[in-house]
Design a protein around this ligand. Structure first.
Ligand code: F6R
Length: 259
């Protein structure tokens, strides 16, 4: 199963995951990162700023999980803009090496396949950062998504549009469609790191980690992955039946194991 790490704060989660990313980049200067957007990964990106000072990141490559379909890439809430603003610029990454799925309507029929090919050509993703939606989605793979799915266009459920409306003037401005890495794409990454914070994520986290593996809760796909790490705060961990065991396992973990 995934390793579950319960931390007291978002900042500690960010530091823990950022340390792992720095280790990866030092060992593999052209590492391929899978980049999530939304509020969850922000502490990781913030923690990376000081940690990456003096580290050569010019060859680091990256692939965003998803993008809205039909959104102007220059729109401040397009995931291209978010990744540029929150990751590429503050961390000094090379913009040409950081990719987002192409959500432009023109060519949308083959945009998913193009993205899959680009990920494969890069040699696959080394470390994939994930958040989880209240619906249990990872990427924008809403309930019912195939575990074998690849990057493709999906329709966002109403709850996700509502959750994401905080970034737009109203829910009507949240695009209806997205293009997202599939669950099959995500499962090919070499290391999955899923983060979740707050009470609102507790049910989705418990379902993903301890529930049955089911397309009805896409996050449960991580149970099929040989190297998955779940980093949660106390509130997001509050519905985990085996929380005491996860704490015990962490307290007794050999130092050499890393995450
Ligand atoms: C973002 C993504 C989504 C989010 C999820 C949680 O690229 O693919 O799965 O991780 O919707 O969103 P936040 O972090 O805003 O709660």
């Amino acid at each position: 199963m995934a390793e579950i790490i319960i931390v007291p704060s978002k900042a500690e989660a960010g530091a823990l995951v950022a340390d792992e990313i720095v280790r990866l980049i030092r060992a593999t200067p052209d590492a391929v990162l899978g980049l999530a957007t939304g509020s969850t990964p922000v502490p990781v990106y913030e923690a990376l700023r000081s940690r990456l000072e003096g580290v050569d990141v010019s060859r680091v490559r990256g692939f965003a999980l998803d993008e809205y379909v039909g959104i102007d890439p220059a729109h401040p809430e397009s995931y291209r803009s978010v990744i540029t603003r929150e990751v590429v610029e503050p961390l000094g990454l090379t913009p040409e090496l950081i990719h987002t799925p192409n959500g432009a309507l023109e060519g949308i029929e083959h945009a998913g396949e193009d993205y899959e090919e680009a990920i494969l050509a890069a040699g696959g993703i080394d470390l994939q950062i994930l958040g989880i939606g209240t619906s249990g989605h990872i990427g924008f793979n809403e309930p019912g998504s195939s575990f074998a799915s690849h990057t493709r266009v999906k329709t966002l459920i109403e709850q996700t549009r509502k959750d994401n409306s905080i970034y737009f003037d109203s829910i009507d401005d949240v695009p209806m469609h997205c293009i997202t890495q599939g669950l099959g794409t995500i499962l090919r990454a070499r290391h999955l790191v899923l983060l979740a914070f707050g009470e609102g994520k507790a049910a989705a986290v418990a379902g993903a980690v301890e529930g049955p593996v089911t397309a009805s809760l896409p996050g449960s796909a991580i149970q099929l992955h040989p190297h998955a790490t779940v980093v949660v705060d106390e509130a997001a961990a509050s519905q985990l039946a085996s929380a005491d065991y996860y704490r015990y396992a962490l307290a007794n973990k050999p130092a050499w194991q890393g995450i």
